[in-house]
Design a protein around this ligand. Structure first.
Ligand SMILES: Nc1ncnc2c1ncn2[C@@H]1O[C@H](COP(=O)(O)OP(=O)(O)OP(=O)(O)O)[C@@H](O)[C@H]1O
Length: 333
């Protein structure tokens, strides 16, 4: 069984009479990327601050373990196991990038020699060698984020919290940051990421939780989440007009026709059961499509459905568990 890097049970936080986190559960397997997705003010930073021991949850919260340690009673041990970067960056703009790194090495009680070695290695890894002797205030947004992560890595954390790591970055810097995050995970680090960017969660996260009104409105892999909103369909393409007409007749009103493209579109959640039933119907009439494509809605659809004012119900715990991850976004037969 995979061990959990982060396990939160009924996590609650209120400010006065404003409930920010209304009893959320989190389970993040070690070595995975977990994305907490939510609109502005949803409580993402609050969750990161609690998990990283910067603030305490409400007393009626359940158990909260990070790196196997109880956040309430073993905060020091938790702090030693984690790294945090993001909106409350530790970068000091008045000193150089290298000095920031060396300061961090001091804080982690590395020897002078070891501190210099680790600093040089990380500056190299994050492409900051040229800028190393310049004040960090002169760095671009992307360079500051890279320095911030490099500083976090001085302590060799096993769990890293990245609070909106690419907000405000240009596309190239964003892709560099994604690459850095992927490499961290390859090295066995667990990444807890908050983001407002659906694309980012889709690119990086093994599991995504959508935070809305203080609750986890849905949780699953990107593919699982896409399947809980309407808009999914199966497309059948034909090259033979006769086969197309046969299929259109066999499926009747269930299929939307595109006579020019010889394509039929059938609403479907893309589940194995739905596909089997469709294929059975086609087989029964001896119809063979030249191409079958499953289209699932994208994460934007999910996000707006779950965080906006719509009639999509919140995902039940049971459907979250039973959602299958085998379905790829575009599975072509
Ligand atoms: N110290 C505080 N006192 C009172 N209210 C607070 C405090 N910190 C956060 N809040 C409120 O809690 C809510 C959640 O804030 P939080 O920063 O966690 O949201 P977020 O999802 O990270 O948003 P963003 O994407 O804008 O950073 C907001 O309404 C915020 O105003």
């Amino acid at each position: 069984m995979t061990s959990l890097a982060i396990a939160a049970n009924a996590l609650r936080k209120s400010y006065g009479d404003k409930t920010v986190l209304d009893g959320i559960d989190l389970a993040v397997p070690a070595g995975s990327v977990f994305a907490l997705l939510g609109p502005n003010g949803a409580g993402k930073t609050t969750a990161v601050k609690i998990l990283s021991t910067l603030i305490t949850p409400d007393p009626d919260s359940g158990e909260l373990r990070v790196g196997g340690h109880d956040v309430a009673t073993e905060a020091q041990t938790v702090r030693a196991a984690i790294g945090v970067t993001g909106q409350f960056s530790a970068v000091d703009g008045l000193i150089t990038g290298e000095e920031n790194m060396l300061l961090m090495a001091d804080l982690h009680h590395l020897s002078k020699e070891e501190g210099r070695r680790v600093t040089a290695e990380l500056l190299e890894r994050f492409d900051l060698v040229e800028a190393a002797k310049k004040p960090a205030s002169t760095y671009s947004g992307g360079m500051k984020r890279r320095l911030d992560i490099a500083m976090t890595l001085v302590g060799s954390p096993r769990i890293i919290f990245l609070d909106e790591p690419t907000t405000g970055l240009d596309p190239r810097s964003r892709h560099t940051m994604w690459q850095i995050i992927r490499e961290l995970v390859t090295g066995g680090v667990t990444v807890f990421l908050t983001t407002q960017y659906l694309e980012e969660a889709d690119e990086l996260a093994d599991r995504i939780a959508v935070l809305s009104n203080g609750k986890i409105a849905a949780e699953g892999s990107a593919e699982e989440l896409k399947r809980i909103v309407p808009g999914g369909h199966v497309k059948l393409r034909f090259t033979d007009p006769a086969a197309y007409r046969n299929a259109a007749t066999a499926l009747g009103d269930a299929a939307a026709r595109d006579d020019d493209a010889l394509a039929l579109q059938i609403p479907s959640d893309g589940s194995q059961r739905a596909l089997r039933s469709l294929l059975d119907r086609l087989d029964a009439d001896g119809i063979e499509a030249d191409e079958l494509t499953v289209h699932t809605p994208d994460l934007d659809d999910v996000f707006f459905a779950l965080t906006g004012d719509t009639n999509i119900p919140a995902q039940s715990a049971q459907s979250a568990q039973s959602a299958q991850s085998a379905q790829s976004k575009e599975s072509v037969r």
